[in-house]
Design a protein around this ligand. Structure first.
Ligand code: F6P
Length: 322
């Protein structure tokens, strides 16, 4: 039987742990007797022929590195029927029968389209946002939050010295998970997320006043990127309460850095699972974590799912951060 060839690419925003997933795909594939190609700069690599055959040593010493050794991109050309056909034709021309796509929702839509064009694709959730509905965990989330709590802890030092209120914006366009968990872990007085409609008087001002009454003099407010407006919020708090307020947008610092143990291990498990599926000629699946276990489900089913915000955790934060 001819040797099977598969490929791996990273797409969309990078996330710490993507390298660990790439490493797992390459090593698991070679272990199964497959030829494994690395595709550079997301789907663009399939359009430009920017691919390289990997060997066991191609992925040495990358498990602890942030970013992605395969680079990443959001490809406009690929997101057209012609682009998908061109990518599929390229795969066929060098015998690639399956592709592991490490990325978020947008990348999975690309994987579904490529599967439709005859190339089996498996999605692996890689994004710091933790916003993939079918999976309770996405590779990169833990590292991003650990970076965020280190930053907020530092901000707290200076907020405390000056008796100030610090408002910190963390990443997460549509998903407040980074804000919620970072807020809990740093004892934020208020946490604003896109999933919960907020009222500034009730959810920020009253909470500050109540904690002031019990002797607190400095305050941390964690705000998800999807809520935004941190500079305006700082001005409002200064005017309304007469306390000095400063806003910080953490930004891309959260996307870099060496992945945590959790991200390295989950990425390795998910990458491995993706190769098992391709080995069985199964495509159009997304690898996911459900009830703490690695599983997989149909891409269309995965893309149709709606993310459920952890309201219980949010309520715990509101109760104890006082
Ligand atoms: O999806 C990950 C993410 O970091 C979001 O939290 C953020 O909104 C977005 O990517 C930023 O994208 P870019 O790096 O293209 O500015």
């Amino acid at each position: 039987m001819a040797q099977k060839s598969i490929a791996v690419l990273t797409s969309g925003g990078d996330a710490p742990g993507m390298n660990a997933a790439v490493r797992a795909v390459v090593r698991a594939g070679i272990n199964k007797g497959m030829k494994v190609y690395g595709v550079y700069r997301g789907y663009n690599g399939l359009l430009n022929g920017d691919v390289k055959e990997m060997n066991l040593r191609s992925v040495s010493d990358i498990i602890g590195n942030g970013g992605t050794m395969l680079y990443t991109a959001r490809s406009e050309e690929y997101n057209t029927p012609e682009g998908v056909k061109k990518a599929a034709d390229y795969c066929n021309s060098i015998g690639i029968s399956g592709v592991v796509v490490i990325g978020g929702d947008g990348s999975f839509r690309g994987a579904r389209d490529l599967t439709g064009a005859g190339i089996n694709c498996i999605g692996v959730p890689g994004t710091i946002d933790n916003d993939i509905a079918c999976s309770e965990y996405t590779v990169g989330f833990d590292t991003a939050m650990n970076t965020a709590i280190q930053m907020v802890d530092r901000i707290r030092d200076t907020a405390q010295s000056h008796d100030r209120c610090s408002i910190v914006e963390v990443m997460g366009r549509r998903c407040g998970d980074i804000a919620l968990q970072t807020g809990i872990a740093t004892g934020a007085t208020a946490i604003l997320v896109p999933e919960v409609q907020y009222n500034i008087e009730r959810d920020v001002i009253s909470r500050i006043i109540n904690t002031q009454k019990t002797g607190k003099k400095h305050f941390i407010i964690v705000v998800a990127e999807g809520v935004g407006g941190v500079q305006d919020l700082a001005k409002y708090i200064e005017q309304r309460l007469g306390i000095e307020a400063r806003a910080t947008v953490l930004g891309h610092v959260q996307r870099g850095g060496s992945p945590t143990l959790r991200d390295r291990v989950v990425a390795s498990e998910m990458g491995y699972r993706a190769v098992q599926l391709l080995d069985q000629n199964i495509g159009n699946r997304v690898v996911a974590m459900q009830n703490g276990k690695i599983t997989d489900l149909d891409i269309n089913e995965a893309l149709d799912m709606k993310r459920v915000f952890d309201k219980d955790l949010y309520n715990i934060a509101m109760t104890i951060s006082i």
